[in-house]
Design a protein around this ligand. Structure first.
Ligand code: ADP
Ligand code: MG
Length: 650
């Protein structure tokens, strides 16, 4: 049977010990090629990745041994050994962790399990520097070995399986790998890198020690190397080994003794991101329930931030024993970008994902952790606004979900929101609600916003002409989630939110008595015109009334306060759940010459055409689509030609 390119799992198992050659999954081939090119200048990361995998393997075995102590038969010690041979040009990383079965080897070292991998690869640009960043965020893992190695061999035996079920995997990284069974005395995994000629620098004690210290000091298991040799003669007896790292779980050490660099390295390990974290918070909770958290905000959004099934959550430890990855029960969905560790002193060691779901203890920890993240963000916003701006750019849209998802923290989240507004005239979202509240006009009861598809459309919306004229600041909302979010915002600092494109603007005491009187007089005078327009446009509008919003435009459309807006309608339509659209209300500006001209026209075809034109242009001005564009053009042309009634076929 030929090896399959696409689905190694589809190849039927040959008899258990036979040697077989298989092709990597197409995505692996692509990733390997890109990685070797774009990560060349960061190539020492291979060691961190291999040690990270070895550490994960030790974590997993320690966890499984809780239920099945026999898994540790043959040696309870969990450790990682790093060796090299300068003559043979090899570097070897050995662990006494959980190991892999033959099927596991084929699956884990032949495919990429991450969702969205294909899209991720498609997003790579070919620009080395940019791609290196992206690949780093993607988490390069095991395959990074091929940046420095021309051949990689893995010898592994799954804990609990017999010696004969050891497996030997080998590949040159160009497209295929071979697997065969091989008797192995010890459980665990040994990865042997046959270095490329230009990577011999890594077959060196000093270089390797430096890398272990630098990248893997936080690893909770000893990373051992042969004790520094006295001379060049290779000792015939096995050299004494010593731990090169401090082998203490980072989060268990006191904050004051941890360097920023150590926090950063640990982030790369937990987040599988070789960028730097934006900020972190390390905290021990004591008292009724005891746990430690080390939480990180990444600098950049991961490629799969919007994937439903993307991994999220924290690494869960119980009394320093690793329990599970991606424990999403400790964070709400809108904080899914947070990475880190939670180590509980109270949860039982045999806790499972299912148990976590209904545990009151976990619920309380989640509330505590949520508060801690929000506090970290608030602190960042206050003390390091530039960093916070970076955060907002990457994760602001996700944080907005919290307004709906987390009513208990709504006020806290609202404080963190950032907006583009009419006060700045910049597209960048950098104004907080506190900023806006600080600029309220005396007597202003509402926080006004306008919703549109783009910032430009929001900024130019006729709905805010009058507000602008009065010097009232308006939030310019155009993110996909904004309309949904505004439905949950409620109020802020006693000011209710109000959509400038719906219902009554309620300018109230913002207008002087004289302005109010003028408004009322204008409305009164235009009452008859409104009635005539309603008649002419019957079936297309709900009502016609005199505007409070316009200053320069002749007319605009307004939705009822309870009507679904354009953004939300699109989302609902996509889900097949949109309610029937209501007819809009047409608001006219009696001070506008066009409206005044209309008023002078007698009822008849001209008046009807003119009225239709007014409605159509109001629709266009808010980015809407005309039902009958050809009719609009015909009417417009007629008007351009002097409004002379021309004989028309319809
Ligand atoms: P990740 O560590 O993010 O899962 P990697 O590419 O580093 O991705 O590793 C892929 C998988 O290969 C791991 O999830 C693990 O199942 C397996 N693996 C890699 N190295 C080891 C090891 N030393 N011991 C046991 N399993 C390993
Ligand atoms: Mg890994």
């Amino acid at each position: 049977m030929a090896a399959s390119d696409h689905d190694p799992g589809a190849v039927p198992m040959t008899s258990a010990t036979q040697r077989e050659t298989r092709g990597f999954q197409a995505e692996v081939k692509q990733l390997l090629r890109l990685m070797i090119h774009s990560l060349y200048s960061n190539r020492e990361i291979f060691l961190r990745e291999l040690i990270s995998n070895a550490s994960d393997a030790c974590d997993k075995l320690r966890f499984r041994a809780l239920a099945e102590p026999a898994l540790l038969d043959g040696g309870a010690e969990l450790a990682i050994d790093v060796d090299f041979d300068a003559t043979a040009r090899t570097v070897t990383v050995t662990d006494s962790g959980v190991g892999m079965s033959r099927d596991e080897v084929i699956e884990h070292l032949g495919t990429i399990a991450k969702s969205g991998t294909a899209e991720f690869l498609a997003a790579l640009s070919g620009d080395q520097q940019k791609d290196a960043q992206l690949i780093g965020q993607f988490g390069v893992g095991f395959y990074s070995a091929f940046i420095v190695a021309e051949r990689v061999e893995v010898h592994t035996r799954r804990a609990g399986l017999a010696a004969a079920e050891g497996v030997h995997w080998s590949s040159d990284g160009s497209g295929e790998f071979t697997v065969e069974n091989e008797p192995l005395e010890q459980r665990g995994t040994r990865v042997v890198l046959h270095l490329k000629e230009d990577a011999v620098e890594f077959a060196d004690a000093w270089r390797l020690r430096g890398l272990v210290k630098r990248y893997s000091d936080h690893i909770a298991f000893p990373v051992r190397m042969a004790a520094a040799p006295g001379g060049e003669a290779a000792a015939p007896a096995p050299a004494r080994r010593e731990a090169v790292n401090s082998a203490q779980a980072l989060w268990t050490r006191p904050r004051t003794e941890i360097q920023d660099d150590e926090y950063r390295e640990f982030y790369q390990h937990v987040a599988h991101d070789f960028g730097a974290p934006l900020a972190w918070s390390h905290h021990r909770v004591e008292g009724k329930r005891e746990y430690t958290t080390l939480l990180y905000l990444p600098s950049r959004a991961p490629f799969d931030l919007w994937h439903r099934d993307a991994a999220r959550g924290l690494k869960l430890y119980v009394r320093r024993v690793f329990i599970l990855d991606d424990a999403e029960q400790f964070l709400p969905l809108y904080l899914r970008f947070v990475k880190g560790v939670v180590d509980s002193s109270d949860l039982p060691l045999n806790v499972s994902r299912e148990l976590l779901q209904q545990d009151a203890e976990v619920e309380a920890m989640r509330a505590g952790i949520t508060r801690r993240v929000l506090d970290l963000l608030a602190k960042l916003a206050k003390d390091e606004p530039e960093k916070f701006a970076g955060f907002w750019k990457e994760f602001g849209q996700v944080l907005k979900e919290g307004i709906a998802e987390d009513p208990a923290n709504r006020e806290r989240i609202a404080k963190l929101l950032r907006f583009a507004t009419t006060a700045t005239e910049r597209e960048v979202q950098d104004q907080s609600l506190d900023d806006v509240v600080g600029r309220l006009r005396p007597g202003q009861k509402h926080l006004y916003y306008v919703l549109a598809d783009t910032w430009n459309a929001a900024r130019q919306s006729p709905h805010l002409e009058r507000l602008r004229q009065m010097g009232i600041e308006v939030l310019l909302l155009h993110d996909r989630i904004d309309e949904w979010m505004t439905g949950y915002l409620g109020e802020y600092e006693g000011r209710t939110f109000r959509d400038a494109g719906r219902g009554d603007l309620d300018l109230g005491e913002l207008e002087t008595p004289a302005e109010q009187a003028a408004d009322a007089a204008g409305a009164e005078a235009a009452l008859a015109l409104c009635g005539r327009l309603r008649e002419a446009l019957s079936g297309r509008v709900e009502a016609v009334r005199v505007t409070q919003r316009l200053a320069e435009s002749p007319a605009c459309l307004v939705r009822a306060a309870d009507e679904v807006g354009a953004q939300l309608r699109k989302l609902l339509e996509a889900a097949g759940q949109a309610p029937a659209a209501k007819r809009p209300t047409l608001e006219i500006n009696p001070a506008h010459p066009l409206v005044q001209r209309l008023e002078r026209l007698a009822d008849g075809e001209d008046f009807r055409d003119f009225a239709a034109l007014l409605l159509d242009q109001a629709t266009l001005a808010e980015g809407g689509q005309l039902d009958e564009p050809a009719a609009f053009v015909r009417r417009l042309n007629r008007l351009l030609l002097g409004g002379a009634p021309a004989p028309m076929k319809s």
